[in-house]
Design a binder for this molecule. Structure first.
Ligand SMILES: [Zn+2]
Length: 401
């Protein structure tokens, strides 16, 4: 017997609105998937939220309110909003979640626990309004609290990166005549907007999920850092039976997650490769993964290839932005004249890891932009040093709570 999947509502034209049920062979455990609006191409695509139904009703992630998605993904990045997105109601994604729950005979007030996989805007920003209609308590890893619990957490994340972004050589997202504040406040009244929520039961590391102080049988938390410092996954299912991993953005399919620390991310992939008994992986964006080891292998290979390409591009001195905008570095075209945070960060984390093993060194700065050049050794030797760092990792063994 395996986990059975049933589609309850097809995907709408805008790309979200899908509702699916996964029935476990034990007859007691079910997972529901509801996809809520988040832009694709410019963003990661609809956010899949999951409801775990066993001894308790647990909601994993909530998605992003549509008005905030318009601000973060388009206005803050200085991108034109397509008409079909502009036309969406400000609470479109919220309605998708509520209608999805209606369809499965549940309401927000039935939720016992909300688990936030990580503190990125597309995963938790809707929580503020959702929590007004439920008495559910909230869990998230303690390392995500700077984003989740601080009213200015998302702005802090955005603004704290600006200095680093300028050093990469990337153009600013706003015009010279505009203040940062004017730029960020377009479309949103951030002074009166509730962005933060209180985390009632912080997660410190691996172990059973607790709801109201009680350990829930058949839901295990795993700390899977690297996409963000406090990303968590939930393993659903009982010992000896079928198991699913709800993984947030740690593994995605078909897109590849952006690491915020590539070394830590590769260590997490190593940890995931050792999981023996996961039959189904349910990511927060895109499609389900049925072969965990194959997906982990493909993501490791992807980063190896990108490290090699980064290293080769830096055979002559290059800034991070030069690398990110080299033709063929990404599948999609990155316009050198336009701010693109994720493209810049992706090149940056690869260059950081190469620098960590002396594969790259900073050769000069010009107009505040830093330039790097490779050490001209064989790439396989450099990659061997990276693999040594990835596998020489005491963290997983020590960080048991
Ligand atoms: Zn995400």
């Amino acid at each position: 017997m395996s986990i059975q999947e049933t589609e309850l509502k097809p995907v709408a034209e805008i790309g979200s609105g899908l509702v699916r049920r996964f029935d476990f062979p034990d007859g007691k455990t079910r997972i529901f998937q509801i996809s809520t609006f988040c832009p694709d191409i410019i963003g990661p695509g609809p956010t899949n939220v999951y409801l775990i139904e066993n001894e308790a009703l647990i909601l994993v992630d909530v998605g992003i309110p549509t008005n905030m998605a318009k601000a973060f993904f388009y206005q803050w990045r200085n991108q034109a909003i397509p008409k079909e997105v502009e036309d969406l109601a400000p609470d479109h994604s919220e309605r998708e979640l509520i209608e999805g729950m209606d369809l499965i005979g549940r309401s927000l007030s039935d939720i016992n626990q909300l688990v936030i996989s990580h503190g990125h805007p597309d995963h938790f920003l809707m929580a503020h309004s959702i929590l007004e209609r439920t008495s559910a308590s909230v869990s998230a890893h303690i390392l995500e609290s700077p984003q989740i619990c601080n009213p200015w957490g998302i702005l802090n994340m955005w603004i704290s990166r600006q200095r680093q972004m300028f050093a990469t050589g990337m153009p600013a997202p706003w015009s010279g005549s505009q203040s940062v504040r004017e730029h960020l406040y377009r479309g949103l009244d951030l002074d009166s907007l509730g962005l933060s929520i209180k985390v009632d039961s912080p997660i410190f590391g691996d172990g059973p999920l607790k709801v109201g102080g009680m350990e829930i049988n058949g839901v295990q938390v795993r700390h899977l850092p690297g996409h963000s410092p406090g990303s968590v996954g939930l393993i659903v299912g009982h010992e000896g039976g079928e198991k699913a991993l709800i993984c947030g953005d740690v593994l995605l399919n078909p897109i590849t997650p952006h690491p915020d620390d590539l070394l830590v991310y590769l260590q997490t992939l190593e940890q995931l490769a050792a999981y023996e008994d996961i039959q189904l992986v349910l990511p927060a964006h895109g499609r389900k993964i049925v072969d965990l080891k194959a997906r982990v292998g493909a993501l490791s290979e992807h980063h190896r290839n990108r490290l090699r390409l980064t290293y080769e591009i830096c055979s002559e001195s290059r800034s991070v932005w030069d690398v990110a905008t080299t033709k063929g570095y990404f599948d999609t075209y990155v316009n050198p004249a336009k701010f693109n945070f994720l493209a810049g960060m992706e090149a940056l984390v690869h260059m950081e890891l190469l620098s960590m093993v002396d594969g790259l060194e900073r050769c000069h700065t010009r107009d505040g932009v830093h330039y790097f050049i490779s050490c001209a050794k064989d790439f396989d030797e450099i990659y061997g040093r990276i693999r040594d760092l990835v596998t020489d990792n005491k963290y997983s063994a020590i960080m048991r709570y």
